[in-house]
Design a protein around this ligand. Structure first.
Ligand SMILES: [Zn+2]
Length: 416
C-alpha cells in the first residue's frame, strides 16, 4: 500500500520559532533532508509565506511558458482540469494575491483562446466544460472594467444548458454547471444567474437521486457510466457539496443530510471512504476525487450548514486518514498532496484549531522542500499533464498562493 504514499514521519506539531530562524537563517542546509523540512516547519508564517509566494510566482511563469508560450498560444485542451483554462485560473489567483494587472490581462487572453476552442463543446461544467470558460471570462472582464466583454460572456453563458443526457456529477454533469452559476453570482452579484433557472436544475438532480436512492438505505444515489460513485469528482460527495449551497425544502435537506449520514455509517473501519457502492471492499484511494479528502471537504460544509456534531467529528476522522495516508506520491490537486492539503485548510477555517493549519503547512512544506527533486528522480509522479491545475504543478502553485492567507483558502473550482 505504501507505494501510493510516503510514510508521514513529520512531527504531529512544530511550533513556529523566530529565534531559531535568526540563528539558522544563514546556515546552509541541503534540501530534501529531515533537517531542511524541520527548518521550514518552524519558520514564522511571515517568512514561510514569502518563500511560498516567491516559489509559486516563479512556477506560474514556467507554467505560462509551458502551456501557452511554447504551444504558440494555441489551445488543444481548453478545460480547467488539465488544459489552458487551468493556467488562466492560476493567473487569476495570482492577480487576486498580488494585484498584478499583467496576470489579469494574460488570463483574459487565454480565456479568449479557450472560448474559441470550446464553441462546439457539449460539456457544461466549470472544471471540464464551456461554462468554466464563459464564467471565468465574465469575472475577469469585470475586474478589467470591460463591460462589453462582460456582457458577451454572460450572454454566452446563458446559452449553456445541461440536457437530459448530462449526468449529475461535478466534472461533466449538472452540479458542475451549477458551480459555474454560483461562481458567477459570487463575483458579479446574486441574481446574475437567476435562482429560478438554477432551481430547476437542482430539482432535476434531486429527482434523479431519489429514483436511484431510497431502497438501499441511502436517500439519494447517482450513477456515472454505470457506477454509483461516492467521491467529490463523480459521486455523492461532489453532488451533496453543491446541493448544500441552495435553499432546499425541509424534505430535500433531510435527503442530503441522510445521504451524508449513510456514507459515514458505511465508511471503512479505518475511517476512509469507498470509491463507489460497487467498490465497498477496496480501501485504497485517499484522493480528492475518490476517498476521504473530497468527502472531508463536504463534511466540513455539512457541519456548517446543518450544525450536526456528527459531521464535524467525521470530517476530523477523515482528516486523520489524510494525514496518515494522504502524503501521496503525486503532486496535483485531484489526486495528489496539493489537493489533500486543502482538507486541513478547510478544517482550520471551520474550527480555528491551529494544528490543522500546521498540517496544511506540513504538506505544503514537504512539497516546497522536495517535490521538484522527487519528480526529477521519478519518485513522485508529476501527472500526465505535468503543468496542469488539477494533475500537475499548477495545483501546487495554487496551494502555495492559498497558504499566504490560509483562512481564506478554498479548494480551487470546488470550495466557493
Ligand atoms: Zn483524481
Amino acid at each position: 500500500m505504501a507505494d501510493r504514499y510516503y510514510l508521514n514521519v513529520m512531527p504531529d506539531f512544530v511550533a513556529e520559532n523566530s529565534q531559531i530562524i535568526e540563528e539558522k537563517q544563514q546556515e546552509i542546509i541541503s534540501q530534501g533532508t529531515q533537517d531542511s523540512l524541520l527548518k521550514l516547519l518552524s519558520l514564522p508564517h511571515s517568512i514561510l509565506s514569502e518563500q511560498l509566494k516567491r516559489t509559486a510566482l516563479d512556477l506560474k511563469e514556467t507554467i505560462v511558458v509551458e502551456t501557452w508560450g511554447l504551444s504558440g498560444q494555441r489551445v488543444e485542451d481548453f478545460s480547467l482540469y488539465c488544459g489552458s483554462l487551468g493556467t488562466a485560473f492560476l493567473l487569476f489567483k495570482s492577480f487576486q494575491v498580488t494585484h498584478n494587472k499583467i496576470d489579469l490581462n494574460l488570463c483574459s487572453e487565454i480565456v479568449k483562446a479557450c472560448n474559441e476552442a470550446s464553441f462546439q463543446s457539449r460539456d457544461v461544467t466549470f472544471i471540464c466544460g464551456r461554462a468554466g470558460v464563459c464564467a471565468l471570462g465574465a469575472v475577469v472582464a469585470k475586474y478589467r472594467d470591460d463591460d462589453q466583454l462582460l456582457q458577451y460572456y454572460i450572454t454566452q453563458f446563458k446559452e449553456i444548458k445541461p440536457s437530459k443526457d448530462h449526468p449529475d456529477e461535478l466534472l461533466y454533469g449538472r452540479v458542475g454547471y451549477l458551480w459555474a452559476c454560483l461562481f458567477l453570482n459570487k463575483h458579479l452579484g446574486r441574481e446574475t444567474v437567476p435562482s429560478s433557472s438554477m432551481g430547476s436544475v437542482v430539482m432535476e438532480i434531486l429527482n434523479s437521486g431519489r429514483k436511484l436512492g431510497g431502497k438501499g438505505g441511502c436517500p439519494l444515489m447517482f450513477e456515472w457510466y454505470g457506477e454509483k460513485y461516492w467521491g467529490a469528482a463523480h459521486g455523492l460527495a461532489g453532488i451533496m457539496h453543491i446541493l448544500m449551497d441552495f435553499e432546499l425544502r425541509p424534505d430535500e435537506r433531510e435527503d442530503v443530510r441522510g445521504t451524508l449520514k449513510y456514507m459515514i455509517k458505511n465508511r471503512f473501519p479505518g475511517g476512509n471512504y469507498p470509491a463507489s457502492e460497487e467498490d465497498r471492499k477496496r480501501d485504497v484511494l485517499v484522493h480528492w476525487c475518490h476517498g476521504a479528502p473530497g468527502i472531508a471537504l463536504t463534511l466540513v460544509k455539512a457541519a456548517e450548514v446543518f450544525g450536526d456534531k456528527e459531521f464535524l467529528e467525521a470530517a476530523m476522522n477523515a482528516a486523520e486518514v489524510v494525514w496518515n495516508r494522504g502524503l501521496l506520491k503525486r503532486v496535483g490537486i485531484c489526486h495528489g498532496i496539493s489537493g489533500n492539503a486543502y482538507v486541513f485548510l478547510s478544517l482550520y477555517r471551520l474550527t480555528g484549531i491551529v494544528e490543522y493549519l500546521y498540517r496544511a503547512k506540513a504538506f505544503a512544506c514537504f512539497l516546497l522542500d522536495r517535490a521538484h527533486m522527487l519528480m526529477s528522480s521519478g519518485e513522485m509522479h508529476g501527472g500526465d499533464a505535468p503543468f496542469s491545475l488539477f494533475e500537475g504543478v499548477g495545483g501546487m502553485a495554487y496551494l502555495f498562493l492559498d497558504m499566504i492567507q490560509p483562512s481564506n483558502a478554498r479548494f480551487p473550482a470546488y470550495e466557493l
